[in-house]
Design a protein around this ligand. Structure first.
Ligand code: ACO
Length: 362
């Protein structure tokens, strides 16, 4: 028995492989560095869902259907009343997804791919007293998300950076939210139920809830000179450094470098606050040094959330929305795993070891 199911194999999958020793991620036979070179959200979505739905399609067809689904889904924003809008963005998004019909069919999957992308920008605007912006079916999913968020057509560099983010986080082995999705799928509850369970698992700070706190940490550190002492004091208090460490990776998370690469064109064209990226680099260097000194027996390196925080901030997302943006990208992985599990047909039902008291002898 392993607490946290560490190293336990709980599924066979053709979707993705995480090699924690080599720092390598493969999605359906393609390594992450190849996928992010000019990769689009629609491309990785078509790759992940290939052969798992009742319909076959290519990237362009999926992109067209997805654009139409965004337009359809926009009508559901009306259900966002004051009580829902008082929730944190990811909870408000989950509540709107919960109102969608459940099912195993392709139309349900399309609605679920479109829903977080449409709901999150609309929720953020409504929470700031602004009118939601309707989708534009002529745009890609990444470009449309940014336009629905800001009201402006994004630059080429911004669209490409968001595409890289969405591709990078599309799937990642049997992480906690993906496992949750597969458990629900094994009961045949439906894809909407799988996505709801997965969003709920994602929002915890040990999983997809970390990037907002990464920015809080950078704000608290303030200057590069302050980094080493601030991080040391945080560790003295028993805190974990957000954006560092991973259950599987014992080396640098390859997704961190993919996102760092996506930031470069934004930096070189002046679309990022350069003081912020310089501070982040200094904090990364200081954190790696101090973690190596304090935890010599546990290799701890930067994870995907550190550069997620910088990238999403540069694209104009408020930090409280970062987990919701993660959900926009990861939904396709959750759906692909849910379908793979449903096609396998076997209920997931592990056992536990009872360590409580026994009934008193008669
Ligand atoms: N800062 C300081 N110490 C750490 C960190 C960290 N970020 N991560 C792990 N450690 C230490 C632990 O304190 C522990 O030390 P000890 O043996 O002296 O007690 C040792 O490393 C092993 O820790 P575990 O809890 O066994 O590691 P686990 O595999 O459960 O942790 C996790 C993985 C949860 C991601 C952890 O590294 C963490 O909390 N990181 C910070 C939060 C974060 O960045 N989350 C995003 C992860 S990426 C994703 O899910 C998309």
């Amino acid at each position: 028995m392993k607490n946290g199911l560490e190293d336990v194999i709980a599924a066979e999958t053709q979707l993705s492989d995480v090699d924690g020793e080599a720092g390598r991620l493969i999605i359906r036979g393609v390594s992450l560095d190849h996928l992010v070179a000019d990769g689009t959200y629609e491309g990785v979505a078509a790759l992940l869902l290939d052969g798992l739905m009742e319909k076959s399609f290519d990237e362009a067809e999926l992109g067209d259907w997805l654009a139409q689904a965004r337009t359809r889904i926009f009508g559901h924003i009306k259900a966002a009343d004051a009580a829902l809008l008082a929730l944190p963005p990811v909870d408000a998004m989950r509540a709107l997804i919960a109102r969608l019909p459940d099912g195993e069919d392709f139309d349900t999957a399309l609605s679920l791919l479109a829903a977080p992308a449409v709901f999150l920008p609309a929720i953020l605007r409504k929470q700031r007293g602004k009118r939601p912006i309707a989708p534009d079916a002529s745009l890609s999913q990444a470009a449309d998300i940014l336009r629905m968020l800001t009201g402006k057509l994004p630059t080429r560099e911004q669209t490409s950076a968001l595409d890289t983010y969405l591709v990078t986080i599309s799937d990642h082995g049997l992480n906690a939210s993906t496992f949750a999705s597969r458990v629900i799928a094994s009961t045949q509850a439906g894809l909407t139920s799988s996505v709801l369970a997965a969003v709920s698992a994602l929002k915890g700070p040990l999983h997809g809830g970390a990037p907002g706190p990464v920015l809080d940490m950078l704000d608290a550190i303030g200057t590069a000179e302050n980094a080493y002492s601030w991080l040391g004091e945080a560790l003295d208090r028993g805190e974990r450094l957000m954006g560092f460490g991973h259950r599987i990776y014992r080396v640098r998370d390859p997704r961190a470098d993919a996102l760092k690469g996506a930031l470069k064109p934004l930096i070189s064209t002046g679309q990022v606050n350069s003081a912020r990226s310089a501070l982040a680099e200094a904090v990364e260097v200081a954190a790696l040094a101090i973690l190596k000194a304090r935890k010599p027996n546990r290799p701890l390196d930067v994870n995907v959330e550190f550069y997620t925080a910088l990238l999403l901030e540069a694209l104009g997302f408020p930090r409280e929305a970062f987990t919701g943006v993660f959900a926009i990208g990861r939904t396709v992985g959750w759906l692909a795993h849910a379908r793979e599990q449903a096609l396998d047909g076997r209920l997931i039902r592990p056992r536990s070891v009872y360590i409580g008291p026994l009934p008193a002898a008669a």
